[in-house]
Design a protein around this ligand. Structure first.
Ligand code: KG4
Ligand code: ZN
Length: 357
């Protein structure tokens, strides 16, 4: 019997240096042999956000070591790796370039195929590392840079149903956290604060809730929170504001997801299917609980990546690499980094003023 393909994945699109090795399996769910993630949390925390040049320098310093560790932990020899896959966009160009160059060098030295991967497709396919999922499925991608509903019709085949017209959801969590005096990235901390507060204490806006299909908007929330934070003094008031924010987000996602369910069914002969929620914000327990309840009520099968696969990682990049490898979709070594790479190439740019909903 032929050996199963083994893929090495590399992720350096933002502030995580990550390398992973996965192996295909007979049961259709690959085995993660190693999954090393080195976060740059300490490099950027004093700046309240990711500083591209510092991020790129840190990738350069660490990539070799992280790759060596991933290979050692996997227990496989370099010679048994079938292909190298790496994120080529979207992301910070100086960061993408580090992982890409490293991947291309490795592929050329080992004489094996190089496969460029869209970071967002990595998130989209991340639960395939532990669940068998049939195409088409509905995807809600919620991360630090993106918030989109998509119909995932196949590998590389996406139809965007809705997107944010301003801030991404992770960005909204991080901005709220900053206003509450929490260090970047504050998303996870907001959840902790929310557990100690009263979700009904503050009424917050739900922008474009009854219009614009399943498009999303979060910028108005930040303005409202800024106004409230100027008046609050006690820790309890901070907890109440975090709880009110968390509840508002859950309410928005419940309403917009119902619209997305209908749009997905319209596109797919009225069939439901799996509903995958991926990206860093998919780690939020409150959102997970609410969207699982909603899916069950609406005949969709909810699937969330394991918590360690929600944030940026290289196993998801290797997962896409594996599917492309099986289709013999290889890239040439002059594939450039693509900082604004979309998932649905036909979707219109919706960001900014002048959007007619
Ligand atoms: O997917 P990801 O790791 O990176 C991007 O591709 O953007 O997502 C990072 C985002 C950050 O904004 C972070 O605050 C948010 O995900 N996040 C959370 C939680 N964990 C991470 N937001 C809300 N609740 C969480 N538990
Ligand atoms: Zn990401």
């Amino acid at each position: 019997m032929a050996e199963k393909p083994i893929i090495l994945g590399i992720e350096t699109s933002c502030d995580e240096t990550a390398v992973s090795i996965i192996k295909d399996n007979d049961n259709g769910v690959p085995e993660i042999l190693s999954n090393i993630i080195s976060s740059q949390f300490d490099v950027h925390k004093e700046f309240g956000g990711v500083v591209p040049e510092l991020a790129a320098r840190s990738h350069v310093e660490k990539i070799d070591l992280i790759a060596k560790k991933a290979i050692k932990d996997s227990g496989v020899s370099l010679n048994s790796i079938s292909a190298i896959s790496a994120t080529y966009g979207p992301g910070l160009i100086v960061c993408l370039s580090v992982g890409l160059s490293f991947a291309k060098g490795l592929s050329s030295t080992l004489g094996i195929p190089f496969i460029g991967v869209n970071h967002l497709e990595g998130h989209a396919l991340s639960p395939k590392l532990h669940d068998k999922i049939q195409y088409p499925y509905l995807l809600l991608l919620i991360s630090g840079g993106h918030s989109q509903y998509l119909s995932v019709n196949g590998l590389g085949n996406y139809k965007r149903l809705g997107t944010t017209i301003d801030d991404a959801l992770g960005e909204a969590f991080d901005k709220t956290a900053k206003l509450l005096g929490i260090e970047f990235p504050g998303g996870p901390k907001i959840e902790e604060y929310a557990r100690k507060g009263d979700p009904n204490k503050y009424e917050l806006p739900k922008p474009i809730i009854n219009k614009g299909g399943c498009n999303l908007s979060f910028a108005g929330l930040k303005t409202a929170i800024l106004r409230i934070t100027k008046k609050i003094k006690t820790d309890q008031e901070k907890f109440d504001l975090a709880a009110s924010f968390q509840k508002t987000i859950e309410d928005i996602l419940i309403i917009k997801t119902k619209v997305a369910f209908d749009e997905f069914k319209k596109l797919n002969s009225n069939n439901s299917g799996s509903f995958v929620v991926a990206g860093g914000v998919a780690a939020n327990k409150g959102i997970r609980k609410k969207l699982i309840e909603l899916s069950n009520k609406n005949n969709f099968n909810p699937i969330f990546p394991d918590l360690k696969l929600c944030g940026d990682n290289a196993a998801m990049i290797a997962m896409v690499g594996l599917e492309k490898f099986k289709n013999k979709q290889f890239d040439s070594l002059d594939l450039p980094a693509s900082p604004r790479l979309p998932l649905d190439k036909n979707a219109k740019f919706l960001k900014g003023a002048g959007v007619v909903l």
